[in-house]
Structure formats: structure tokens, C-alpha cells
Design a protein around this ligand. Sequence first.
Ligand code: GTP
Ligand code: MG
Length: 441
Amino acid sequence: MRPGGDTIAAVATALGTGGVGIIRISGSDAAAILAKVIGTKADALRDRYFEYGHVVHDGHRLDEVLFVLMRGPRSFTGEDVAEIHGHGGAANLAELLRCVTAAGARHADPGEFTRRAFENRRIDLTRAEAIADIVNASSAKALRVAQEQLAGSLGGIVNTLISDVVELTAEIEAGIDFPEDGLSEAERIKQVEQGNDAARQCAVLASSYGVGRVLRDGVDVVLRGAVNAGKSSLFNALVGKERSIVASDGGTTRDYVEAQVVWQGLSITLVDTAGIRTTSARESIEGQGIEMGAARAAQADLELFVIEGGEESEMAESDRILIVRSKCDLLAEADAGQGLSTSAKSGAGLEGLRDAILARVTGGALESAEGCVVTNERQRYRFEAANGYLDAASKLIERSAPAELTIVELNAARGALAEITGEEVGDEMLDALFSRFCIGK
Ligand SMILES: Nc1nc2c(ncn2[C@@H]2O[C@H](COP(=O)(O)OP(=O)(O)OP(=O)(O)O)[C@@H](O)[C@H]2O)c(=O)[nH]1
Ligand SMILES: [Mg+2]
């Protein structure tokens, strides 16, 4: 904790043109710096009052602004926080920020405001991470999960788990202090169940990361297949506009083409790639395109392998490969081959394809993920670790092992959980975590 650390400032709004842009200042000199740039006295500034004025530098009016001072500890960072709402636009905000730093503030590091909020115990780590997720949310579902986490849903669950573990530890410690009381069989079974129950909750949360990651980051879905298979036509039909060039001669798509869609609130990046065929050296541009497509497909969450209806697929369907038959409108009778039949021309099968893609990338868990889900790997690893320790503790209780051994496991579980909320966490981890934030957050 470092309340009253030096005073930091940054542009808090997105850079670019906009009606209004905000400079945020936090630290013990926030009031003095605000007063200086506005041309007033610090004790004339009222707490939590939105006021009108001008930022003046060297007797020269820089901008007409609204400003507010929020005295700590009832502020976002827990310190004195000032905001100057000027006109948007990168040049104007850069001038205002220069004026604020000339008055004594230092440029904030990425995520430094949120880090101060965490260090001054205004928010726990799950809520700090939720702020970054809200800012970066690219779909409605990602936003909802992040908003729930900001509201404290995950932090609340972790705190309940921690108290359960602490309670179980206390019971077991009592057994060491008063061995003569002994532990009845029923009590022992109850303790095993408590341990198992907490372990199970940790396992469920850890595995929710599969859906959480998809909700937060969206997924990449790549269309691949032989030249002329109808990939670009299918891509355009799924995107809903003529984004990729379609032509009857093979080798039309060279570079890969990307487009973002949002289906059922989930962000999906569709990627069209160059058709696969053996190319001679003369056609090496196409060869490079094919290689780029293969590399892009290797990073994707799901590959749609497109084959023309009626043809045999040389590719086997798997967890990350979905076989899609194109041009089914050209077939006289329904195609009973492997994969989903579609037609970019008639639109047949497209709805089914969308559903199949969503089912694949979410493991069918999209709807059940309405509650609390884990959205980052850091949290997942800690829940997995806690699950392991709790499982070990339960097994020790079950076979009446010495209480000291069980307590070691329970303490480790509590430690792993406390790292999720940030109660027990090292500076290195905080540095890594907050450096991923953008400046001004
Ligand atoms: N009848 C019919 N023709 C289609 C359909 N989809 C694509 N085609 C035709 O098939 C040809 C190739 O389509 P593209 O979408 O360019 O195929 P591609 O797989 O992207 O081809 P490359 O980029 O060259 O590998 C074009 O002449 C399209 O009009 C469809 O659903 N029905
Ligand atoms: Mg193409």
C-alpha cells in the first residue's frame, strides 16, 4: 500500500477525435495541481462538484473545461483524484496533459490508476482484472461476464471458499490442541465432505475458463479447402457482405481475409484463406498465400474444411476441424456424405453451420455460462492448484493422517485462493498483470 504516493496523470479517454476527452490525476498533489492549471486555490475547490472553468498556461487559455475533484479515500484510487473534461482530440488532450505534468504530475504507467485502487484496497484483484476486461470487451457476452466480475461475483465466491477453508483448518487445529476429545466417525466424514465440496467448486471454476476465454477473447474460425471449393462465397455469406473476391477460376484468394462477426453475443473472427493446390515456382505468390493460410489455420480455434458437395473429404473431422460441403444447390439430391451441407447461393444450411460453429467453440456451454466464469489463465491456475490441495487434504482426513499434514495442504489451498483476489500476491505478478492494462486505466 502506498497512499499519498507521487501524483500521476494520464488521458483517460481513447485517443482520437471525440467530443470530450478526460485527463485523470491521482495522488496527494491532485488538488494543488488541478487548482494550478485552472488558476484557482486548492482550498477553493469543492469536493465532488462538477465545475466550469479554463485551463490556463502562461497566461494563455488552453481549453474550456469542466473539472471535478474527488477527495480520497472515497475515490477510485483511494487517493485524491481530479478529472479535467476538455474537448476531445489527441492534440488538445496532449496539450492539457503537458500542462498538468508541468504543474507537477508524473505520466502514469499502464494500469497505474487501477493498481493504486487495488493497493489502497478499493478493489480486489478480480475486480481490477474485470476493469481491463470491460475496457477490452468485444461482444455483449464478454461485457456481461466482465461486468459481473466487477460487481464482485467471482471475488465473493473466492472469499466464501477461503472462509470455508479457514473454518475447516480451525476444526482440524482444534483436534491437535485437544486430542483427548477425539474425532467421531461422523465428524470425520463431514470434514472429508467439506474438503471435497470446496475442491469440486474449485474444479468447476477452473474448467469454466474454457468458456470464459471464448467469451472474453472471442474465437478465430478459419475456412480452408481446395481451390474453388467455394470458401470465399461461404465466408461472404456468413459475414453478410461481399468482403472476399469470388471468381470461377481457382486461385482467386491469395492473402487471407478477416472479418469479425458477433453471433449470440459472441465475437468471432472469420478468416478466408487461399485454396490449397500444388503450385509451380512460377506461381510462388499463390504458394506463399497457401502457406500463410496454413499458418493462420494452425492458430485458429476451429477450421472449417470446405469441400464441394458430392466430393470425398481427404480431411477427417476432429475437435478443431469441421467438414463443410459447399454448393449443395448444384446437387440433384440431398448429399448424405460427411459434414454439413451448405449453399452460399441459396443460403441453405448456413443457419445450421452457424449453430455448429458456436456449439464447437463453446463446447455447447454458452447458455450454462450465464453465472460466474473464470476469464483468465491466472485465475484458472490458482483454482486448479486449490483444487489439488483440497483434494489432497480430503484424502488425508479420510485416512486419518496426522492433522499437521492436512493443515499444510489446507494452508496451500487458502494461499492459492488468496492469490486470486490478490490478498497474497507478489510485486512481480502485479507488475506483469498491470502492465497489460493501457495507460489511463
Ligand atoms: N452454384 C453455386 N456456386 C457456388 C457456390 N459457392 C461458390 N460457388 C461458385 O464457385 C466458384 C468458386 O467460388 P469461390 O467462393 O471463389 O471459391 P474459393 O474456394 O474461395 O476459391 P479460391 O479462393 O480460388 O480457392 C465461383 O464461380 C462461385 O460462384 C454455391 O453455393 N452455389
Ligand atoms: Mg477464395
